[in-house]
Design a protein around this ligand. Structure first.
Ligand SMILES: *Cc1c(COP(=O)(O)O)cnc(C)c1O
Length: 216
């Protein structure tokens, strides 16, 4: 099946209020344009170098999502254009995003990435760090924390995934009662997006199921 068909099929099979971010890392301009020409505008990348290059050469109305680990010293390269940063995992990073957003005269929406997977390699805040970072974000006038992001374990165990997604959904609900600006719950990828949606995801980040397997 084609990229356009894959994308339309996914969109037609999920609730209309769940937003699909097409994760285009390692994929060519040509492949991205195939998705773009279906009317799709939200694309995600995990590397700063790659997102900058694609942003400069592809249509300017694409909304670019930074979903990968972000180093503080690289925020300046994406601050001028990025649409949503999914991967805020420290106060230091949040402060730098604020600083660069101010420089660019923007107010940048971000998500806090929470560690929900059992694997130790995954980035993210511990659940008990969320309240503190929310409090400390108040003086940062050029950022807006709009939700949470999480990556489940890369495993095939449905019960384990249920547990991880419901942990994140509970944190999200809890936060939402205290902060009305919280509205985005970014969870679910190719192998687990249906399950994530069943647990209340509002945004899924899908790469391989749209563009095919990655060779690198
Ligand atoms: C690569 C990536 C995805 C998409 O993964 P697929 O398995 O290709 O759907 C989603 N989120 C993040 C943070 C990623 O790095």
């Amino acid at each position: 099946m084609s990229i356009a068909e894959n994308l339309n099929r996914i969109k037609n099979s999920i609730p209309p209020d769940v937003k699909v971010i097409a994760i285009s890392k390692t994929k060519t301009f040509e492949d991205i344009l195939k998705a773009y020409h279906t009317g799709h505008r939200d694309f995600g990348e995990s590397k700063v170098q790659e997102i900058i290059k694609k942003q400069s050469q592809l249509p300017q109305d694409i909304k670019w999502h930074m979903v990968g680990h972000l180093q503080t010293n690289k925020v300046k390269y994406i601050a001028p254009f990025v649409s949503l940063i999914h991967s805020v995992d420290s106060l230091k990073l949040l402060k730098e995003i604020n600083r660069q957003a101010l420089k660019n005269n923007r107010k940048l929406p971000v998500l806090l990435q929470v560690k929900i997977a059992v694997e130790t390699t995954k980035f993210g805040l511990e659940p008990n760090q969320i309240d503190d970072i929310m409090q400390k974000s108040y003086p940062l006038e050029a950022i807006k924390i709009v939700g949470l992001m999480g990556m489940a374990s890369f495993i095939d165990n449905k019960n384990q995934l249920d547990q991880e997604f419901s942990t994140l959904k509970d944190l999200f609900n809890n936060l939402q009662t205290k902060h009305p600006s919280i509205e985005v719950l970014s969870m679910g990828m190719t192998q687990d997006y249906q399950q994530a949606i069943a647990h209340g995801s509002t945004m899924v980040r899908i790469g391989r199921k749209i563009f095919g397997e990655r060779s690198t």
